[in-house]
Design a binder for this molecule. Structure first.
Ligand SMILES: [Zn+2]
Length: 383
């Protein structure tokens, strides 16, 4: 009898194995059917604007494979883009906490989580997520840019320099101009603290990173002024304006306050006069008139003002200063060519657009029923 039982053992083993295999297959099949059903249910909740129910379905998913992980990521990003940061955070946190993610999926989930924290204004938490990513994978470059943004917002210029240099090495993007700005920010802080030597060293680093930076010239001027080297400072300011005439708008008031001696103002006036003659840059003319007013040289400017009003490129700001000159000349000499001013105003008016689209801000000269930029109807109105 025992022999018979012994002979029957492989058959029992086979039938048991077969039954177990069948049950396993049925279970797998059931799961396969469950997964799309629950998935479709989650999507339905999303479409019917019941995001919390959708969230529950997705968060209670037992296992995550490659496709569901990507869907989770996209869903979280969708919530973030809609401004629903808490929901995005819940999804991405849930994803990061799972143990069955591949390395690439974990990295993508961490990046998304960092972006959620950044969007929520939780900069310190965003920083720790991105830093952890960099620590895990020092060759990873995607975390560098968001980290650089965070350090910029926090005004942590040393860290911003470090990360920008790292990004430059890894992704071959050129950050030399940015790095120069970060050094300049540090130099401004040193200047404010009167640490003039350290300011000088930092300005040198900025110049080394981006030799063409006009901000370096302005800072060299500020440094020379702080050291009471007035002539050198004025020279640096002049070089900066010559290099980039836009800087006159930022520097003019500082210049007339700092260099308020008559000979210094005279030298400044000569410099702006020469630069204007060279560049014919309308921005400079208004400042030239202000200096002429200050120095009592309005009569000298009469011809130049006339030429500017009839032929130059009029701007509202410069016309206001030209009117000041004309009014002062009228008080001094009772002579005023109002026709020149009228011509300039007409030219300025003709160059200004009269209408603007309320939808996108596009400006235009004539009225249009449909905006040519954003294609909306009835959105154009007077400026
Ligand atoms: Zn528009």
């Amino acid at each position: 009898m025992q022999e018979i039982l012994f002979l029957l053992l492989p058959i029992a083993f086979y039938s048991g194995w077969h039954a177990a295999r069948k049950r396993y297959k049925e279970h797998q099949e059931q799961q396969r059917q469950d997964v799309p059903q629950r998935f479709v249910q989650g999507i339905n909740y999303l479409l019917s604007e019941e995001p919390d129910k959708a969230l529950d379905v997705f968060l209670n998913y037992a296992e995550v494979d490659e496709h569901t992980a990507n869907t989770f990521l996209l869903l979280g990003n969708l919530f973030r883009n809609r401004g629903e940061i808490n929901r995005a955070l819940r999804i991405h946190q849930n994803l990061v906490a799972r143990s069955d993610l591949s390395k690439a999926q974990r990295t993508a989930a961490m990046l998304a989580l960092g972006e959620d924290f950044f969007a929520a204004g939780l900069l310190d938490r965003a920083e720790s997520v991105f830093s952890e990513l960099l620590k895990d994978d020092p060759k990873h470059a995607d975390a560098c840019e968001p980290l650089r943004n965070i350090y910029e917002q926090l005004h942590e210029w040393n860290k911003a320099i470090e990360i920008a240099q790292l990004a430059q090495q890894r992704s071959k993007v050129d950050h030399s101009r940015l790095i120069a700005h970060y050094y300049c920010e540090l130099a401004v802080q040193e200047l404010q603290k009167q640490n003039l030597f350290r300011a000088e060293e930092t300005i040198k680093k900025a110049a080394k990173s981006y030799p063409a930076a006009s901000r370096v010239l302005v800072l060299n001027a500020d440094l020379a002024y702080a050291r009471n080297q007035r002539e050198e400072a004025l020279n640096f300011y002049r070089q900066a304006i010559e290099k980039d005439t836009r800087l006159i708008g930022m520097l003019f008031n500082q210049l007339v306050n700092k260099f308020n001696q008559k000979d210094e103002l005279e030298s400044l006036y000569q410099f702006i006069q020469q630069t204007f003659a060279k560049t014919q840059d309308a921005k400079l003319f208004g400042y030239l008139l202000q200096l002429a007013h200050k120095l009592g040289k309005l009569s000298d400017m009469r011809v130049q003002v006339g030429e500017y009003l009839t032929k130059g490129k009029p701007s509202l700001n410069t016309l206001a200063h030209a009117t000041d000159v004309l009014s002062a000349l009228w008080q001094e000499e009772k002579v005023c060519d109002i026709a020149q001013l009228q011509t300039a105003l007409q030219r300025l008016s003709a160059s200004q657009p009269d209408f603007q689209c309320a939808q996108c801000g596009y400006k235009m000269h004539g009225y249009l029923w449909r905006c040519p930029a954003c294609h909306h109807w009835d959105t154009v109105s007077n400026v």
